[in-house]
Design a protein around this ligand. Sequence first.
Ligand code: NCD
Length: 306
Amino acid sequence: MRHDHLITSKQLSRADIETVLDRAAEIAADPSAVSDRHAGTLLGLLFFEPSTRTKMSFETAMKRLGGDVVDMGSVESSSVTKGETLADTVRVIEGYADALVLRHPREGAATMASEYVDVPLLNAGDGAGHHPTQTLLDLYTIRENAGLEDLTIGIMGDLKYGRTVHSLAYALTTFDAHQHFISPESLRLPREVVFDLHQHGGAQIREHESLEGILPELDVLYVTRIQRERFPDEAEYQQVAGEYQIDAATLSAAREDLTVMHPLPRVDEIAPDLDETAHAAYFEQAHNGVPVRMALLDLLLQGGEQ
Ligand code: NCD
């Protein structure tokens, strides 16, 4: 795999994805084998939006490869509050680090920023746009639990603003997965994404307003949070908040081996009574962020080595 920047999952072929997942599996099996592999490497973290998992798992990944991070810290404590542009900020920080990880509230921010830097830039979420590294750990989790061959997946919740959904959907077209999108009418996938998915070869796409009819067919149910912070007004959010919740009883109609995933954080989409069932894979999914991001960093940083 040789990409300078990772902005969207559309960049990734099936072979690219398999390279990362295979490397992640190798690393997960024997993390000590790579513990010094990138000694001296510095990863720059630029998070202009809240993050727990993505930021901490990138930091863990870099440190477990023997490297370290330099972190811009919170927006409030940075020069962004003095009016510095994103283009200037990334141009400065690329001088401190060997690669950059950027999360930003504006869709398209990662593409724009990548045009100003020579070191690899990884998009860790740009508004309602994309979140390709989440997709890689989602695919890893799917592969471990249900397999990626002949997959039938339901993706439910906020399909309009959910960037993890957009990135995952594109990547799943490369595996010819049957994708069922379940949401209220107002939170359907943006029409341009549906159009794009069809262009991308995703012929196996269907949209539903209810989970009930499709649930028994699913291998995986991927639940998402309603992205409150992206709603133009709170009243609109309140109209859909609390819809599409599941609990252990909801899944009585599901296959016994259904895998339930969620990128987290959850609010009330998945009741805690599901956590102890064999369906729940969301904490494992979050943990997979470390070997997957280790694999990705390793492949991006190795340069001409392999
Ligand atoms: C997601 C995000 O930031 O897009 N979180 C994550 O990275 N695991 C999902 C969300 O915030 O709902």
